[in-house]
Design a protein around this ligand. Structure first.
Ligand SMILES: NC(=O)c1ccc[n+]([C@@H]2O[C@H](COP(=O)([O-])OP(=O)(O)OC[C@H]3O[C@@H](n4cnc5c(N)ncnc54)[C@H](O)[C@@H]3O)[C@@H](O)[C@H]2O)c1
Ligand SMILES: [Zn+2]
Ligand SMILES: [Zn+2]
Length: 404
């Protein structure tokens, strides 16, 4: 079968690989009908999420048809159409039972303290072959995959695999109470879903920060008040727009590939921090492989975090869903402490949210396909990665379809 295979930082290929087989009684084999490229895949390609094993199939977003199930998969059967959560969880440990699927004790073969198990990730996350393939082995299929109703299309369901639950998780962790003012940093797909979700939690106002005009337009379309950090100092504007108070809640949907402003009033201050950011990058991504303009990591790992801590009101909440790898050791803890902030963060507990999100889509509360800007065949996946990496205008979320 065809699959997107990691060969090294900056080097993925569409290879012919052996089809997966059932290995455990709780496995299922799913024929993938839709996958997608995520900002997290870019971290691996750019070297900011290190430790990928060559040969690993990429991708952690998937929808498909169950082809085969192991003896202990009793809830789904061949022929069922399912959405696959990005993170893998056993369903019976104390963490899974409390809804912390991303901290499952049993799914990660590296042990209980090894961290979140997910598809298509580095060695420390399993490794498990990913979902940018014609077929995939789904471990703990008795728990993870959720059956889809006919009325929810693949274009909608693929966004329920990872980024809608993640945006929703971000809004949930932000402790939004009705009327709160919320700032979302990063208007990629995850940030846009965080904006849509903050509305579901009855945020009074939402401010959105990014640098790409088409992404800011998408945020404005959702009703957010937009701020381009290459034109304005985001902290100054947020304070100005909130009567000097700052925002009640802030959501980080940026992560380790944060960039610093190149133009505008915030650029000078960021330039003074350039040395510090370079040092952070060296610690985080010892190996990079930028090729021309492609696969260049961000240049200011803690820039968004610094703005967020500055822009949030005293006693406010910071919710971090942007991914920061364990190699990042810098954080403005002092300022956060002095402001009595609450900080919640982590990898999404996808399986906790997915059933409810499917119902929301079915009921017409939200149409996640609205956020999809490209549908590409698996045959063009490498070009699609490049366009997504380059943040070409209007490339916000890319679905990959093996059968197209
Ligand atoms: N916690 C989880 O479980 C989980 C799940 C999925 C994705 N993620 C992470 O969420 C993050 C966003 O994912 P995505 O797919 O939307 O990625 P993306 O790379 O498409 O979007 C990131 C956006 O942040 C913007 N940005 C860069 N520097 C900034 C700054 N200083 N201030 C404000 N915005 C800035 C970029 O311009 C870009 O539009 C990534 O780090 C991804 O790994 C986390
Ligand atoms: Zn993802
Ligand atoms: Zn578990």
């Amino acid at each position: 079968m065809k699959a997107v295979v990691f060969h090294g930082v900056g080097d993925i290929r569409l290879d012919e690989v052996p089809a997966p087989k059932i290995q455990e009684p709780t496995d299922a084999i799913v024929r993938i009908t839709a996958s997608a490229i995520c900002g997290t895949d870019l971290h691996m390609m750019r070297g900011t999420m290190a430790g990928m094993e060559p040969g690993t199939i990429m991708g952690h977003e998937g929808v498909g048809i169950v082809e085969e199930v192991g003896a202990n998969v009793r809830n789904i059967k061949p022929g069922d159409r399912v959405v696959i959560p990005s993170t893998i969880a056993c369903g019976h440990c104390v963490y899974c039972r409390a809804g912390y699927y991303a901290q499952c004790d049993n799914a990660n073969p590296n042990g209980k303290r090894a961290g979140t198990a997910f598809f298509g990730g580095p060695k420390s996350s399993g490794p498990f072959h990913g979902l940018q393939a014609e077929k995939a082995r789904i471990p703990f299929a008795n728990v993870g995959p959720v059956k889809l109703p006919k009325s929810v299309s693949d274009d909608q369901a693929i966004l329920i695999s990872d980024i809608f639950p993640t945006g929703y998780f971000g809004a949930d962790m932000a402790e939004i109470t009705p009327g709160d003012t919320v700032a979302v940093f990063g208007c990629g797909p995850v940030g846009l879903f965080a904006i849509a979700s903050a509305k579901m939690f009855d945020a009074g106002r939402i401010l959105a920060v990014d640098q790409h005009p088409t992404r800011l337009d998408a945020a404005r379309e959702l009703g957010a008040e937009t701020i381009n950090f290459n034109k304005e100092d985001p902290v100054e504007i947020i304070l100005q727009l909130t009567g000097g108070i700052g925002v009640d809640r802030v959501i980080d949907a940026v992560g380790i590939e944060a960039e610093r402003p190149r133009k505008g009033p915030a650029a000078k201050k960021a330039e003074q921090q350039a040395g510090m950011y370079r040092q952070e990058m060296k610690e985080v991504a010892p190996e990079t492989h930028a090729e021309g303009d492609l696969w260049k990591p961000g240049d200011a790992p803690t820039q968004a975090l610094a703005w967020e801590i500055d822009a949030v009101a005293k006693a406010g909440t910071l919710s971090i869903i942007g991914v920061y790898p364990p190699t990042l050791k810098h954080f403005p803890i002092g300022q956060a402490m002095m402001k009595n902030l609450t900080i919640n963060m982590g990898n999404c507990n996808h399986r906790k949210y997915i059933p409810n999100l499917i119902e929301m889509v079915q009921g017409g509360t939200i149409n996640p396909a609205y956020f999809l800007t490209q549908v590409e065949p698996l045959a063009s996946v490498i070009e699609a990665y490049e366009s997504f990496d380059q943040r070409e205008p209007n490339w916000i979320k890319v679905e990959i379809v093996p059968g197209l």
